[in-house]
Design a protein around this ligand. Structure first.
Ligand code: RB5
Length: 150
């Protein structure tokens, strides 16, 4: 599994810590930026990482901004992306088992590295339960393809 990573300046430090953790675990990743010392718009970086999941270059994404919220809003504009801001073990696990999350978003201003590592690990290892949750996820895909206006 190849993970797309991206951050803005507010998520950069947390992303750097998670990169070290993924490296220790042997997880393959691609970092779409930003780099150190830059002040950037999270939209630009989140969009690049989300697009890499849509294209199939990467399998999932982990995105970092100040809160994880902006990155989730951006990523969820991409067809097929289910981006979920997670802040503890419970939300990380359920985002996978119920929502089949393919994009984890984390807040560099709301989480420590010590708090984020178990969230990342749980998100990486928890399988989708399928069953009734597959029906619900497929209804989300239906909404995306119908482009409903009301
Ligand atoms: C950047 O200052 C901040 O607004 C951004 O990282 C994020 O929190 C957006 O959701």
């Amino acid at each position: 599994m190849k993970i797309a990573l991206a951050s803005d300046h507010a998520g950069f430090e947390l992303k750097t810590g998670i990169i070290a953790h993924l490296g220790e675990r042997g997880v393959v990743y691609r970092d779409f930026g930003c780099g150190p010392g830059e002040t950037v718009d999270y939209v630009d970086y989140g969009a690049r990482a989300a697009a890499s999941v849509v294209s199939g270059d990467c399998d999932r994404a982990i995105l970092f901004c100040g809160t994880g919220i902006g990155m989730a809003v951006v990523a969820n504009k991409f067809k097929g992306i289910r981006a979920t801001p997670c802040w503890n073990l419970f939300t990380a696990g359920v985002s996978r088992s119920h929502n089949d999350s393919n994009c984890l978003t984390l807040g560099g201003r709301t989480l420590s590295l010590e708090g984020a590592i178990p969230i990342v690990d749980a998100w990486l290892k928890t399988p989708f339960e399928g069953g009734r949750h597959a029906r619900r996820v497929s209804k989300i895909a239906d909404i995306e393809s119908r482009n409903l206006k009301d």
